[in-house]
Design a protein around this ligand. Structure first.
Ligand SMILES: Nc1ncnc2c1ncn2[C@@H]1O[C@H](COP(=O)(O)OP(=O)(O)O)[C@@H](O)[C@H]1O
Ligand SMILES: [Mg+2]
Length: 493
């Protein structure tokens, strides 16, 4: 916060007349400007559509014959002032389509007089029209540092003590450190809110608070579905096969968790291969295995929600992921977001560029797990050695792995695994992917229940014989994938 105020002061000194501050935290921005104005002995005013123009510190509306709730009349009023005051306009962005309003902003921005006012525009987002771009300065307010987060927690603890007859908040330094780490990425106000929430129920900050904090935090951070916190990590015990991949991960867990060693820190992997073979499941399991939070980056949401804003939102999501370190960042079916599909080539190229830059420059402990069904659609830059640590190919399961997968899915439906002949099931499911095996087990359970029988070997065999697996339907495509992978990828199993 100190630095933000400091920067804003420098911009004001440089006599820029038009300043844009993009922030979700209007109150905090106003607080910062108020502090600064007092320090600089400048008068300051706020404007919003509802309350019109108000002189701050007095909270009274300006007395004027004009309707100062109207943005254009208010700006015209500002334009005529001959005092070096700060005028803070909140949420002017919906009105930027008006040519007259843009003209007024331009006149204010170009005013050469010494005694001219300065206009600050505060919105969550404010793209400027071309006429104004070179006349305005942009200030961004950064997220709180670890020290600031710790200070916020201390302040909230002190508040609680004050209200509870001097009782002190119970905690320990290790938990506090973890809480600070988990708060990274939230704003000052959000951090305060979350800290208060942790303390208020029992006057203590303990290990039990950590999962609560994580959930609360992710509902606060409204990333519009682009980045989401996945509660549902998996265990590798639930993934059949992929032995090489599991070993690779086990070998690198220590390196990933070692603090400070950025150079040889594992960066990420791509899991490519046949559909339904457990790639998404394995991605979730990485987080489970390493005991890290799992963040999912959804390219589809990225493209849907923010037409024309795609890269900016990707950058924001990646910054957010950095702030959440250490964590696993999962991009499912990455080819869907990056494939050159002709129509909007420009956008997908720039998205790729943004992603590659982040991958090359980041210092954070964010392990990227990307999955792809159609790896041949992926741009070669992404696959090139050095970007990711390894490219794993997940093939159809062989007989031994199919037995494992049956064991897993029979077991998770509470069927007596020992009463099934797994070898025979493996033989009957030649060419089946894991998802299809699971499907057969499920339909066996249902058809048995419909006949009021107990699900057994015969039901599963019947279900298998009724399915024609994708590998038969798409034999050519799968062969092409294998040929592609032979020289480029490591077998996951
Ligand atoms: N190797 C496997 N071991 C256990 N279950 C599997 C395996 N592969 C697929 N499955 C089952 O099929 C479901 C769908 O698989 P998924 O991970 O989405 O495949 P992919 O992402 O490769 O298309 C999984 O959630 C799991 O229940
Ligand atoms: Mg998948």
């Amino acid at each position: 916060m100190k630095n933000d105020i400091h920067d804003l002061g420098l911009v004001l000194d440089s006599r820029v007349r038009l300043i844009v501050i993009e922030s979700w935290e209007e109150l905090r921005v106003l607080e910062a400007i108020a502090t600064l104005a007092v320090k600089r002995s400048q008068t300051w005013y706020t404007w919003n559509q509802v309350e019109g123009l108000q002189r701050l510190g007095f909270g009274t509306a300006i007395d004027s014959a004009e309707d100062l709730g109207d943005p254009e009349q208010a700006l015209d009023y500002v334009r005529r002032q001959r005092e070096p005051a700060l005028f803070v306009f909140c949420d002017l962005h919906p009105f930027m389509q008006s040519p007259r309003l843009v003209r007024l902003l331009k006149m204010i921005a170009m005013d050469p007089a010494e005694q001219a006012p300065t206009l600050l525009l505060v919105s969550h987002e404010l793209p400027l029209p071309a006429e104004l771009r070179r006349l305005a300065a942009r200030i961004s307010l950064s997220m709180p540092s670890d020290e600031q987060l710790a200070a916020i927690i201390r302040e909230e603890a002190a508040r609680w003590t004050e209200r509870n007859q001097g009782r002190r908040v119970r905690t320990d330094s290790r938990t506090l450190e973890q809480v600070v780490r988990n708060l990274r990425g939230v704003t000052h106000e959000e951090a305060r809110l979350l800290a208060r929430k942790l303390i208020v129920d029992d006057g203590a900050i303990t290990q039990e608070d950590l999962p609560v904090l994580n959930r609360a935090k992710f509902s606060l951070l409204d990333m519009q579905g682009v980045l989401s916190f996945e509660q549902d990590t998996a265990r590798f015990a639930d993934v059949g096969g992929l032995a090489q991949f599991k070993r690779w991960l086990a070998d690198r867990q220590a390196a990933f968790n070692r603090p400070g060693a950025a150079a040889d820190m594992p960066k990420g992997v791509l899991l490519a291969g046949v559909q339904g073979s457990g790639k998404s499941l394995a991605a979730r399991a990485v987080a489970g295995l390493w005991g890290l939070p799992l963040l999912r980056l959804d390219f589809a949401a990225l493209y849907n929600k923010y037409i024309g804003e795609t890269e900016k939102n990707l950058r924001e999501a990646l910054t957010m992921a950095d702030a959440m370190e250490p964590c696993v960042l999962w991009i499912d079916e990455i080819e869907k977001g990056l494939a050159d599909d002709g129509a909007d080539q420009g956008v997908s190229r720039r998205v790729l560029g943004t992603l590659l830059t982040w991958m090359a420059e980041r210092r954070s402990r964010v392990f990227l797990v990307a999955t792809a069904n159609n790896v041949m659609q992926l741009p070669p830059e992404l696959i090139r050695k050095g970007r990711l640590d390894e490219l794993f190919f997940v093939d159809l399961p062989d007989a031994r792995v199919r037995e494992d997968i049956f064991r897993i899915h029979l077991g998770s439906r509470e069927l007596p695994v020992e009463r099934f002949d797994l070898t025979a099931l493996a033989v009957a499911s030649e060419g089946f992917a894991g998802a299809e095996i699971e499907q057969a087990v499920v339909s066996a359970v249902y058809s048995a229940a419909a006949r009021q029988e107990e699900a057994g070997q015969a039901h599963v065999l019947a279900a298998l014989s009724e399915t024609s697996p994708l590998s038969v339907v798409m034999a050519e495509r799968i062969q092409a994938l294998r040929d592609w992978a032979r020289h480029r990828a490591v077998m996951a199993d």
